[in-house]
Ligand binder design. Structure first.
Ligand SMILES: C[S@@+](CC[C@H](N)C(=O)[O-])C[C@H]1O[C@@H](n2cnc3c(N)ncnc32)[C@H](O)[C@@H]1O
Length: 196
């Protein structure tokens, strides 16, 4: 497997308001679980990768039904706390993103269509009840892998409809349910182990 494989995580947050109107002191309540994304970002760009290049990691957040935030290689601009990431997300939703965040309008269906358009790109759903990652060798032989993550409740009915429309395969890290940030970190670590 090439070390240049792109690992992309797609966090689905159907409850979160796209206005960026949450309080930093109450991310789960006022942000309707925006804390899930903040922890994902810290896992993706701070503590998750040990040897995987951060330039080969990407985080996409589908906010509500209409806003897409894409985070790419923040380099030395990455904040160092959950609240630091929350500020970046809030400023991005308010139309003031830093250079490493791209903000666009779009739906989950459009994101999925875009992610599977390249021949060497694969998209998976991370789901406790899916097939074991170790049985899914094809993901270690492709140059772009994207993994969809549910929020604290898993996947809502609209996301499930998209998953079934595009027939996206489910991959599991085991029956135990992890925080999505830890599921994301476990995937990075599995890929690091494979190239070692
Ligand atoms: C906190 S879990 C979702 C809640 C969980 N379905 C429940 O109801 O207890 C958040 C997300 O992390 C991912 N995840 C957590 N544990 C996982 C596992 N063992 N295997 C694969 N994905 C997992 C899934 O995408 C899941 O939707």
């Amino acid at each position: 497997m090439p070390e240049t494989t792109m690992l992309r995580f797609v966090q689905i947050l159907p409850q979160v308001s796209p206005q960026g109107d949450f309080l930093l002191q109450d991310l789960p309540g006022s942000g309707r679980r925006i804390d899930v994304l903040c922890r994902d970002l810290a896992a993706c760009f701070e503590w998750g990768p040990k040897s995987w290049s951060k330039s080969n990691l990407e985080m996409v957040a589908v906010i509500g039904t209409e806003k897409i935030l894409t985070f790419r290689n923040p380099q030395n601009q990455a904040p160092h706390s959950e609240v630091g990431w929350a500020l970046v997300v809030r400023e991005s939703l308010r139309g003031r993103p830093p250079s490493y965040v791209h903000v666009s309008d779009g739906t989950l269906g459009e994101v999925v269509r875009h992610l599977i358009q390249d021949e060497d790109a694969k998209l998976w759903v991370l789901d406790e009840s899916g097939a074991s990652l170790s049985d899914c060798q094809s993901c270690f032989h492709t140059t772009q892998n994207s993994f969809m993550l549910g929020d604290h409740r898993g996947f809502d009915s609209q996301s499930l409809a998209v998953i079934s429309q595009f027939d996206i395969q489910r991959i599991s890290l085991g029956k135990k349910s992890y925080l999505s940030s830890h599921a994301l970190a476990a995937i990075i670590s599995e890929f690091e182990r494979k190239v070692r």
